[in-house]
Write a protein that binds this ligand. Structure first.
Ligand code: GRF
Length: 196
């Protein structure tokens, strides 16, 4: 049984989808939800699901990313995860931290990578006149939003879409894609998942 730690910074809707998928004959179980934001909504939702939680507030560390990541690592070592899932985790991780977890760390990004790495992905897709958008689950490497793609889900961009409208259309697909990818990944299967 693989042990999964999920890192969140916000509402944790992807964390909930992942946690609720890890039941029955699923080869993994959630062992920790870790946030850099005290009071993040995802922490209360994890506690309600009976998942242990921890907070490592990044603010006291200022620009000392290595010290912040050492504190993350300490919490993670206590939970002994086999897999890390970044789920709405909004801190850029250094090469040092990524190197320790490479090959065992996933992230979900709200664009069809390699398009629109970074922020404001939906606004940029609309601005570019794209007719489709979506989300990508990828392995995390030192290159931001650049690791091997493990799954993608596509949605149409409709005339007059605002970034919020597009985000609302993409988010439910994230909640389907990430659990599907994690289930395969935890079973050692890296064949990409494509939705729909
Ligand atoms: C989602 O759009 C996800 O793609 C991005 O963070 C947003 C919020 O995620 N990574 P969550 O609701 O906190 O899981």
């Amino acid at each position: 049984m693989k042990r999964v730690a999920i890192l969140v910074s916000g509402s944790g809707s992807n964390m909930v989808a992942l946690a609720e998928s890890m039941v029955g004959d699923h080869p993994a179980r959630p062992v920790l939800v870790l946030s850099n934001v005290p009071g993040a909504g995802g922490l209360a939702r994890a506690a309600a699901l009976g998942i242990p939680t921890a907070v490592v507030d990044h603010r006291p560390f200022g620009k000392d990313r290595a010290a912040f990541e050492a504190a993350l690592q300490a919490e993670l070592e206590a939970a002994r995860p086999d897999i890390l899932c970044l789920a709405g985790f909004m801190r850029v991780l250094t090469e040092g931290f990524v190197g320790r977890w490479q090959g065992r760390m996933l992230n979900i990004h709200p664009s069809l990578l390699p398009k629109y790495r970074g922020l404001d992905t939906h606004g940029r897709a609309i601005e570019a006149g794209d007719t489709e958008a979506g989300c990508t689950v990828h392995e995390v490497t030192a290159e931001l939003d650049g690791g091997p793609i493990l799954g993608q889900a596509r949605v149409p961009v409709l005339p007059g879409d605002s970034p919020e409208a597009l985000a609302t259309r993409v988010l439910p697909m994230e909640h389907r894609l990430y659990p599907a990818v994690l289930r395969r990944f935890a079973a050692g299967d890296r064949r990409p998942v494509t939705l729909p």
